[in-house]
Ligand binder design. Structure first.
Ligand code: HEM
Length: 187
């Protein structure tokens, strides 16, 4: 069997897209696991194990989503097509919403970290020094958007998973194999 190519093709997503997709999926799941546990159990010691990595993991997710968007643009003429019709339009809009949310959610949090009176040093590397005075609007913006859009992202991800199941079970069109495993031969 031929190896999966680095770049995307019209038949399937390539290795780079797959690594970005599944690594981000796992890290986003970790973020929701931590925040979900905090919501249910409050600030208990075992919860801080999950929540303690939230900011560094979120920063990694920001870098990954920027890379992913650049990679998607570079491969835009060379990836599986969604076709035409209402389902295809819904798929395109759904994916656009996922990209927008994955970008905005960490961005507003990083903006708040930049405007804060505490230095921001994920993994021990200082990215932003402490601000004096605090840049208040950055905190207000993140307070307004970060958590709310994150829960919306969770709902969008669940919708994404449901649609993959519909493709697999009902339409049996091999959609999942474009991102996992070998693509099905056409025709
Ligand atoms: C894609 C990446 C991220 C996701 C999915 C995510 C998700 C979430 C969720 C679900 C919450 C809980 C909201 C609530 O309590 O209702 C939250 C809170 C929080 N996140 Fe993130 N986050 C991400 C990135 C970041 C980054 C990069 C930072 C910091 C630089 C950060 C800092 C915080 C802080 C300080 C809170 C608690 C205060 C608040 O709710 O705004 N997050 N995040």
């Amino acid at each position: 069997m031929p190896p999966i190519p680095f770049r995307d093709t019209p038949q399937a997503y390539g290795l780079i897209t797959r690594i970005l997709h599944w690594a981000m999926g796992a890290l986003i799941l970790w973020q929701f696991l931590g925040m979900g546990l905090r919501l249910i159990f409050g600030r208990q010691p075992f919860v801080s194990f999950f929540v303690g990595s939230h900011q560094p993991v979120g920063t990694v997710l920001f870098v990954l989503v920027v890379l992913r968007i650049l990679w998607a643009v570079a491969n835009r003429r060379n990836r599986p097509d969604h076709g035409t019709g209402p389902v295809a339009i819904a798929a395109r809009l759904g994916h656009l919403a996922l990209y927008a949310l994955m970008l905005i959610i960490p961005s507003v949090a990083l903006l708040r970290a930049w405007g804060s009176d505490r230095a921001f040093a994920p993994f021990g590397f200082q990215i932003f020094p402490a601000q004096e005075p605090v840049i208040a609007w950055t905190g207000q913006l993140a307070g307004l958007l970060h958590g709310e859009l994150a829960w919306l992202l969770l709902a969008a991800i669940l919708g994404h998973i449901v649609m993959v199941a519909v493709h697999e079970r009902k339409w049996r069109d091999g959609t999942l194999s474009r991102m996992a495993g070998r693509p099905r031969p056409q025709g």
